[in-house]
Design a protein. Structure first.
Length: 431
């Protein structure tokens, strides 16, 4: 029996997700686990947790938890087992690959390689670059995009979106041989959206390829790899409401099929003898050993849940909340939002700021300990960029003078969470 037949034979009730809530549009918005979490605050009281740290790791969606629970009873190894459980698990794993491919609008022949996270995916591609490849990357990138390259040209954070396109154009024009442009789709520091379509066009005009870090985009906006003409995309499940340790690299097969296997071991080979014959197919070639099957299933379930919800309702609610948050921050004297391209530039649900008279750590600890609010503080694995935004030449990640506070929202965020943060900050600066 084929794995596809087995997959289609799974009873519908085995993969049913918990009921979702209705949005005003009539579409269903899935719930997140932990929405009823209570946390202790100063004085010993328990208050409902205001999770405003989605950009670090998003909570698990209920449909994701349900998909993992449905897969567990028949969990087995994939690809090389003849038993029913192995065949069924293999079918679910490979179906997850198809689901993720469809979620990002990838080309039919694009490889979908499951990894641990965005950092892992980026390092995998770095290992597969043709010899002599030069990577062009902005200093505004997350470390996952900034650090893996052996040969790179680093560009200063651009003053406006058009400057990003011009700087990439000039840099790529001066490079001979293979070249790759690496850029984020949405900043993990400011939430600002980058002109990835224009940058892809520039890259291709110079015979280069483009890798887009979509970790902060795909939880908030629809991405269509084919329409944008992107070569590679990477993102993480733990930011996409699927915190089960899986990420993905999606893109053109040739570099991946020719590159040294990222991991060497079972599954990546056709045969082993006096010589080793590696798989030509980049998916098994770079997924040696037993893969994170449950992580892949979780990631696919998140993709399905967001697709079923529809982006219109999700974006509308996010933009309402982020506008309320930014307006509230702007109304407090001594609170300063960080931005590369100005307050009117489009962004996802991420805001970073500093508070006069307080280090970022002091603000984050007070918000947690006194108000039950979870935010992030530091330089968010984007040290050069945060220093640039703060106008600080040096300072370590623990140096409060060179760090910021980040509040980020997503499914499960509420107006009460936003208002509680604003009032807490107003209280802090008024002391």
């Amino acid at each position: 029996m084929s794995t596809l037949t087995i997959f289609n034979s799974v009873p519908a009730q085995a993969v049913e997700a918990p009921a979702a809530t209705s949005a005003p549009s009539g579409r269903l918005i899935p719930a997140v686990l932990g929405a009823d979490l209570e946390v202790p605050v100063k004085g010993g009281r328990l208050v409902s947790y205001a999770n405003l740290d989605y950009a670090a790791s998003a909570p698990c969606l209920e449909p994701v938890s349900a998909a993992v629970a449905a897969a567990l009873p028949a969990y087995s190894s994939v690809h090389r087992g003849a038993g029913y459980a192995s065949q069924l698990t293999t079918a679910r794993y490979e179906q997850s690959r198809h689901t993720v491919r469809a979620f990002v609008g990838a080309r039919p022949d694009d490889a979908v390689i499951f990894t641990r996270n965005t950092t892992d995916a980026t390092n995998l591609l770095a290992r597969c670059l043709p010899e002599g490849t030069t990577v062009v990357v902005f200093d505004s990138e997350h470390h996952a995009s900034l650090l893996p390259w052996e040969r790179s040209v680093r560009l200063a954070p651009p003053a406006f979106p058009g400057e990003a396109v011009r700087a990439a154009d000039e840099a790529l024009a001066g490079i001979e041989g293979p070249k790759l442009l690496v850029v984020t789709a949405a900043s993990n520091v400011t939430g600002e959206l980058w002109p990835i379509a224009a940058l892809a066009h520039i890259a291709h005009r110079h015979g280069a390829r483009i890798l887009v870090d979509a970790a902060q985009l795909v939880p908030h906006r629809r991405l269509n790899l084919t329409a944008l003409d992107l070569d590679y995309v990477a993102f993480s499940g733990h930011k996409l409401y699927a915190p089960f340790g899986a990420g993905v690299l999606i893109g053109r097969r040739d570099w991946l099929a020719e590159g040294e296997p990222y991991l060497k071991g079972g599954g990546a080979v056709r045969s082993v003898g006096e010589t080793t014959e590696w798989h030509d197919d980049p998916e098994p070639r770079h997924e040696a050993g037993t893969p994170n099957v449950l992580g892949a299933i979780a990631l696919a379930a998140a993709c399905d849940a967001l697709t079923a919800t529809g982006w219109t309702e999700l974006v509308r609610e996010e933009e309402r909340l982020i506008a309320r948050l930014r307006a509230g921050l702007a109304s407090i004297e001594g609170v300063h939002e960080l931005s590369l391209w100005g307050e009117d530039h489009p962004r996802v649900g991420i805001v970073s700021f500093v508070v006069d008279g307080y280090s970022a750590r002091e603000v984050a600890e007070a918000l947690s300990g006194e108000y039950g609010i979870g935010v992030r503080d530091g330089k968010f694995c984007a040290h050069p960029f945060v220093r640039h935004l703060l106008g600080t030449a040096d300072g370590g990640c623990e140096d409060g003078t060179a760090s910021a506070v980040r509040a980020s929202i997503g499914i499960g965020s509420t107006q009460e969470h936003v208002d509680r943060l604003i009032e807490a900050l107003r209280d802090l600066v008024g002391r």
